[in-house]
Write a protein that binds this ligand. Structure first.
Ligand code: NAP
Length: 284
């Protein structure tokens, strides 16, 4: 029987997941469909129960907005990473038992290790943002022996809450207002800047803005913008001007998908094939 994989979300038309996973399935010659299911919030419970009932017919699915948090109580268990992130982005169906995982953190770590060849040990990190993406990134790096983490956010209280919830007491951590002088001073001395806000995103409220200018970016740093549409964001343009190394959010998208693919299929994800598929699709 041809088993299915897929992604659930609402709306779902913009998703890049089918492009990534169909390329990886074809590469390995695996006989599985990858379907984008448009599931409204009030349809989620029925979808989850149906997936459980049909057992291995749906061997797993990715989860995107708005279901990443609300699906948790409907599942049979979640991984430590998903618990720490407070969100599930993929589900494995093991004989009718549904387990939720979060591959954003490990996708982020693998992407900087393998693609940027960047070692986090002893590094000064600045995270811009305190939403879901920032939570995933910070919970992944908190056990990587970094020197320090600074969190800059427009709503400072949200960043402070994140600091407390993620128990960052063992790392030298600072919470600073977005755009402050203190933030710019920290940025100038950071080895890694990770941009986790919606600023610079096409279709967002401030698509043309960079939260940091070139004069506050070190030429020895790595600047990673999680925004992947466009790939060349205003912040990455500033980072290039400063002579810093850059990473597009497209790599995190590919790597979090790769970790999910490996969990579903037990096959090594063809990273370059998946990345090339995103470049050819013209969809982001
Ligand atoms: P979220 O939970 O809604 O958080 C949004 C963040 O952006 C908050 O920190 C918010 O600050 C900040 N923000 C929004 N507008 C701002 C503005 N005008 N000025 C300054 N800060 C502003 O969103 P999310 O899920 O974390 O996603 C954030 C971005 O990461 C999105 O662009 C998403 O596409 C991207 N992302 C990429 C990947 C990938 O695989 N590449 C994975 C996950 C997310 P306040 O707290 O003050 O509102």
């Amino acid at each position: 029987m041809k088993t299915k994989l897929g992604i659930i979300g609402h709306p779902i038309g913009h998703t890049m997941s089918p492009v990534l996973h169909k390329a990886a399935l074809a590469y390995h010659g695996l006989n599985k469909d990858f379907i984008a299911w448009d599931i409204k919030p009030d349809e989620l419970y029925d979808f989850v129960n149906e997936a459980r009932k049909v057992k291995n017919d749906i061997s797993g699915f990715s989860v995107t907005v708005p279901h990443k948090e609300t699906i948790i109580p409907m599942l049979d268990g979640v991984s430590i990473e998903a618990e720490a992130a407070g969100a599930v982005n993929m589900v494995c169906n093991q004989d009718g038992h549904l387990f939720g995982h979060n591959t954003d953190g490990s996708g982020f770590l693998r992407s900087i290790r393998e693609k940027a060849e960047f070692d986090l040990k002893g590094k000064k990190v600045l995270v811009l943002g305190a939403g879901g993406a920032a939570r995933g990134v910070i919970s992944a790096i908190r056990n990587q022996n970094v020197d320090s983490v600074a969190i800059a956010n427009r709503t400072v209280g949200r960043a402070a809450k994140l600091f407390l919830e993620l128990e960052l007491g063992h790392i030298l951590t600072k919470v600073v207002p977005m755009g402050s002088l203190e933030m710019n001073n920290i940025a100038s001395e950071s080895d890694l800047i990770v941009q986790c806000t919606t600023v610079g995103m096409l279709g967002g409220s401030e698509p043309n803005k960079s939260l940091i200018k070139a004069n506050n970016i070190s030429d020895k740093s790595l600047v990673y913008d999680l925004v992947y549409n466009p790939e060349n964001t205003p912040l990455l343009i500033e980072a290039k001007k400063a002579g810093a190394k850059i990473m597009s959010g497209m790599w995190m998208l590919v790597y979090q998908g790769a970790v999910a693919f490996e969990k579903w299929t037990s096959k090594e994800a063809p990273i370059e094939v998946m990345f090339q598929a995103t470049q050819m699709s013209g969809k982001a």
